[in-house]
Design a protein around this ligand. Structure first.
Ligand SMILES: [Zn+2]
Length: 90
């Protein structure tokens, strides 16, 4: 069984390993003390890639972190294209 790494979406520092593969889990972070969503590290890698080089057609910086993780999750785990996402104005 392959271990998956999950990263705290609050401090982005702490990681936990689990032997199952889901998009995220909720545990209390030992680093920041938050009962936080830990996101799959594959999703986090995609998130970081978008942070480094935001998708051109999206106003990436307007998304909050949870929304960014959601988009990253759909791209990595659901195989959706970033082109599928649009942010409505207003
Ligand atoms: Zn944390």
């Amino acid at each position: 069984m392959v271990e998956r790494t999950y990263r705290c979406s609050n401090c982005l520092d702490s990681t936990v390993a689990r032997d199952f593969d889901v998009s995220h889990l909720s545990v209390t972070c030992e680093d920041c003390g938050e009962f936080a969503r830990f996101v799959n590290d594959d999703v986090f890698e995609q998130y970081r890639a978008f942070e480094d080089s935001p998708p051109e057609h999206l106003d990436w910086d307007r998304l909050d972190r949870a929304e960014k993780f959601l988009v990253s999750d759909q791209v990595v785990r659901e195989g959706r294209s970033i082109e599928d996402f649009e942010i409505t104005e207003g």
